[in-house]
Design a protein around this ligand. Structure first.
Ligand code: PEP
Ligand code: MG
Length: 768
């Protein structure tokens, strides 16, 4: 394992190693975008640091009993963990690697003790697309190796800020699977800086949104300053609007101490326009280039020094899936008839009412109760726990692109940012209504509740709705609670409903239910969870995948002490192999499906994992019949193609009788390339695009098409454009992607289908 990687060695696929920020800085560098040079201390290095020093166990113990909704307790545990990390010595070999890399950077840029920015870049092992916006720290204007090492440790510690712990727990991210990489990058002393979204992040419209303020970008990103806001019409290549806001403070380098300081903006600059026409031209050109390069709308940070634009970060916009027509339509058209108390920026759409609670200090957050409107000077990520309880959010400062605004969009909470005066003009305990699309705050209550807005099942994703494709675009679901959000993408069904989380969330190993004669309870857990998904999607098909959890995943559950210790759980007792050895679980699953089928849910299919021989399919069908669930009659019966064996002899499986197959490329890749998908040491070799994996897939599509059997993909590769393109060209029947990737994949599928038709038409014309 390399402790350190320079940007040139990294690409966007390196998120597990370098985190989102580090991987994307590598991608931008290699795409020829101006990025200040630097390197990344990898996520594996952090993991080695906590494991080798033994502090990992202490950290886990502290987190194990923590109640994240108890704010004082959360803050104390966060402080204790951070303290532990910053006071633990870094092992010698890691320290040497960091020192050597810093010295190399100094040589590359020909500067002694080059001044750097040190930024954290979090990554989740299993969830490379997760957004951890603004949850970890950044240290600016650091110079000299001693300070670099100190700040690297502080960066590692920032993984345990209270808000970060809260966010992970709320989003069901396992703390131990979220790691942190550290970006060390030459500092740009920006005279002006800000953010640029390559489409409007709150409506999804093809309009770039650029925010800029004086000094370093931290002011805009953290929401401390209300920046100038520019909307840029991409179709007509012109500035649609430019709003000059009063910029009170700025972050800059203190010329004497070299430290980053927050100062008052000089009077002549406060109301001066920040971005010149030439700045906007450079920025929008880079924005287009970056979006084209990634093939997706992007959220970027930039800085301008001596009239040159540098890109400091880029990541896909994560909030577009939450946007829905219903919510946008809630904006009022008859503003004049209502009394507007104050105006700001529409940061997260939705029309909601509630009681004003003004927060001046973080320790007042407890006073926010369910349904209140949180009013504060500036939104910060520390407020997330209280934001979750609030019905809406109003701030004095901050732009629509500050991190807390991003989180409020992700949480689906309406937000009006940058009013300049909310904390002084709004009265504590008064009733107000906010319009998070138009950025208006009204007197009185006439709006809804954030949950009503969110629960509206008629919501349709604006990006997804108008596009019709012949190849179905489906969605993967792993938690019943996520079904509505998945449905809102407009997906054509669920191509993979994983049962592991639903079963393991009981906290008890499923086998214990059986051993204790509590099968009925297990069946009921399954019925309750599956129902939430098949009901939302009805009549669209949901493929339920039977249990496939490696033994190591059961260990911490009640009853997990009896699980065997396997040297290679990935090659061990999982999937269909275990289900046939202990058929009671499979029986319980089939009983749950039968029960739902009897209630009229005819939209369920059964999908078996990890098969390697046709007899497994035959035996599973027998078990289904034994509980009265008739394969191919009551339910479609299919299998995952996850082992090279099943791909090579697919004809033999087809002969057994199949309604569909779905490629589980996560496993198919690990078994074809002999690379453990959970082992980060070999992660750099792991790619589904390997010709051997693609050849296996192509063989199965061809044979299934000949036999008239539906094919699909539900592994992570189904969310990767370059692979999806090849599969559509080869005639796959459907693609099942992650919720966040559905709109992009749908557009891509439509494009590839059009290209196929165009090529065919051209061929006919040429042949004539
Ligand atoms: C796969 O292997 O690609 C798959 C979708 O299954 P899982 O990731 O749950 O193993
Ligand atoms: Mg799998």
């Amino acid at each position: 394992m390399n402790y350190v990687e320079f940007f040139k060695q990294l690409s966007k696929d390196d998120i597990p190693i370098a985190g989102g920020k580090g991987a994307n800085l590598g991608e931008l560098t290699n795409a020829g975008i101006p990025v200040p040079p630097g390197f990344v201390i990898t996520a594996g290095t952090y993991q080695k640091f906590i494991t080798e020093t033994g502090i990992v166990d202490q950290i886990n113990d502290m987190l194990a009993t923590l109640d994240i909704n108890n704010t004082p307790e959360l803050q104390k545990v966060a402080e204790d963990i951070k303290q532990l990390i910053v006071t633990t010595d870094i092992p010698d070999d890691i320290q040497t690697a960091i020192i050597e890399s810093y010295n190399k950077l100094c040589m590359d840029v020909e500067k002694e003790d080059v001044v750097v920015a040190i930024r954290s870049s979090a990554t989740a092992e299993d969830l490379p697309d997760a957004s951890f916006a603004g949850q970890q720290d950044t240290y600016l204007n650091i110079s000299g190796i001693d300070d670099v090492l100190t700040n690297v440790r502080m960066c590692w510690a920032s993984l345990f800020e209270a808000r970060a712990i809260f966010y992970r727990a709320e989003n069901d991210f396992d703390h131990s699977k979220v790691l942190i990489a550290v970006v060390v990058q030459q500092m740009v002393n920006s005279e002006k800086a800000g953010v640029m979204f390559t489409v409007d992040p709150s409506t999804g419209e093809e309009e770039m949104l650029i925010e800029g303020a004086w000094g370093l970008g931290e002011g805009v990103v953290s929401g401390t300053v209300t920046p100038d806001t520019c909307r840029y019409d991409k179709a007509n290549d012109e500035v649609k609007s430019y709003r000059i806001n009063t910029k009170k403070t700025m972050f800059t380098k203190d010329p004497e101490t070299g430290a980053t300081v927050q100062i008052e903006v000089p009077d002549d600059l406060k109301d001066k326009r920040v971005l010149t026409d030439s700045d906007l031209e450079q920025l929008t050109q880079l924005g287009r280039k970056i979006q084209k390069h990634y093939g997706a709308p992007m959220d970027t940070e930039w800085g301008i020094e001596n009239d040159k634009v540098y890109m400091l970060q880029a990541r896909p916009i994560t909030t577009l899936d939450n946007i829905d027509v219903a919510k946008n339509a809630e904006s009022l058209d008859d503003d004049e008839e209502r009394v507007i108390i104050t105006r700001g920026l529409g940061a997260s759409p939705g029309l909601v009412s509630g009681t004003v609670k003004i927060i001046r200090e973080l320790d007042e957050l407890d006073k926010i109760l369910d349904g209140d409107i949180l009013v504060t000077t500036m939104t910060t990520p520390d407020m997330v726990p209280a934001m979750k309880r609030a019905n809406g959010i109003v701030t004095d400062e901050g732009g629509v692109t500050c991190h807390a605004a991003i989180i409020s969009r992700e949480l689906g909470i309406p937000c009006v940012a940058g009013t300049g005066e909310a904390t002084t003009v709004l009265e504590e305990n008064s009733k107000i209504t906010i319009d998070g699309k138009k950025g208006l705050v009204y007197e009185g209550e006439f709006g809804g509740d954030k949950d009503d807005v969110e629960a509206d099942e008629t919501q349709i994703n604006v990006g997804a709705a108008p596009i019709v494709t012949v190849t179905d675009v489906k969605v993967n679901v792993s938690m019943a609670e996520a079904a509505k959000k998945a449905y809102a993408t407009g997906a054509d069904g669920v191509g993979l409903l994983r049962t592991e989380h639903m079963m393991l969330a009981t906290g008890i190993v499923p086998y214990k239910f059986i051993d204790e004669g509590r099968e009925d309870e297990l069946v009921q857990v399954l019925v309750d969870n599956i129902l939430k998904v098949v009901d939302v999607f009805y009549p669209k098909t949901v493929w339920y995948r039977t249990l496939d959890a490696p033994t190591d995943e059961f260990k911490t559950l009640e009853g997990g002490e009896n699980e065997p210790d396997e040297a290679n759980p990935m090659l061990g007792w999982r999937g269909i192999k275990r289900e046939l050895d202990q058929p009671d679980i499979l029986k319980a699953e089939f009983k749950a499906i039968k029960k739902l089928h009897e209630q009229g849910y005819t939209n369920i299919g059964v999908m078996l994992p990890l098969l390697h021989k046709p007899s497994e399919l035959r035996e599973a069908k027998e078990i289904a019949r034994s509980v009265g669930l008739i394969p191919h009659v009551d339910v479609d019966f299919g299998m995952m193609v996850e082992t090279p064996a099943s791909a090579i002899i697919i004809e033999d499986f087809l002969a057994e009788g199949l309604d569909f197959v779905s490629f589980g490329t996560n496993d198919l890749t690990q078994y074809t390339l002999a690379l453990d998908r959970n082992n980060e040491l070999v992660a750099k070799h792991y790619t589904e695009a390997h010709p051997a994996v693609m050849k296996l897939i192509m063989n199965v599509i061809k044979k299934c098409n000949e036999a008239g059997v539906t094919t699909s993909i539900c592994g992570q590769a189904g969310s990767k454009p370059e692979i999806v393109e090849k599969l559509v060209e080869s005639g796959i029947s459907s693609i099942s992607a992650n919720t966040d990737a559905v709109p992009t994949i749908r557009k891509l599928v439509a494009k590839v289908e059009k290209k196929i038709m165009l090529d065919a038409a051209r061929k006919v014309l040429n042949d004539e």
